[in-house]
Design a protein around this ligand. Structure first.
Ligand SMILES: [Zn+2]
Length: 222
């Protein structure tokens, strides 16, 4: 069986500006409070990545408490929760219909350009995963993610579906749309959570508050 959950910023113990369910150790919050917050999320023992906007995919084949430097993790082990932390980037969770392989992927602008999601899908298939399904959790929307023209041109050259305009008519990127198209092209049946982290106060948003916490997506097999 596969289970997954996306957290919000509600229900934790951290004080401002990490209020309250901050799950990240690297943002300046108190480490003991973060550990307590992580324990509040009802999952099996969880793997947290040290995410670097790269293209490294790591296969987890045993329980570990170590942080792994990667932007995607995959497992076929049961009772290990894979986690991806975000505050505007897309938390992408993947599983196969046989529910024998799961993956958690961190997809920001650079991750999209690095094709981190496609690399994860291909590796899951190499490991024997069948038809893949996925869900994209809350992230910044195409009307809020304003960027400069140079970045806009760079991304849109490869991902034309990312082209968007902000609320004020400036260059913007619709990363969820571009990722959705890429996943469909790789045969993944994908669902989207149409919540914008920048507009919904229930979520941490780096674009709205530079110093803030991180929510997370978790996926695991039982
Ligand atoms: Zn938005």
């Amino acid at each position: 069986m596969m289970s997954h959950v996306f957290t919000t910023r509600r229900g934790g113990l951290s004080d401002f500006p990490f209020d309250s369910l901050n799950l990240a150790l690297h943002v300046g919050d108190d480490a003991l409070t973060v550990a307590k917050n992580r324990a509040l999320v009802q999952t099996p023992p969880a793997i947290f990545m040290n995410q670097v906007h790269g293209d490294t995919v790591v296969v987890i084949d045993g329980a570990t408490t170590l942080e792994i430097t990667a932007d995607a993790i995959i497992t076929q082990e049961r009772n290990i929760a894979l986690s991806v932390m975000v505050a505007d980037c897309i938390p992408l969770l993947l599983w196969d219909e046989k529910e024998g392989t799961v993956g958690a992927v961190h997809v920001g602008r650079r991750g999209l350009v690095h094709a981190i999601a496609a690399k994860t899908v291909l590796l899951m298939k190499e490991l024997g995963a069948g038809n893949l399904r996925g869900v994209m959790g809350p992230s910044i929307c195409g009307s809020c993610y304003e960027v400069g023209e140079d970045i806009f041109e760079e991304v849109v050259a490869t991902y034309p579906e990312a082209a968007s305009r902000s609320h004020s008519g400036k260059f913007a990127l619709d990363l969820p749309k571009a990722l959705e198209v890429e996943l469909i092209n790789h045969g993944v049946a994908i669902e989207r959570t149409n919540i914008c982290t920048c507009e919904d106060a229930n979520y941490f948003s780096y674009r709205r508050n530079a110093i803030t916490g991180r929510q997370a997506g978790f996926i695991w097999l039982t």
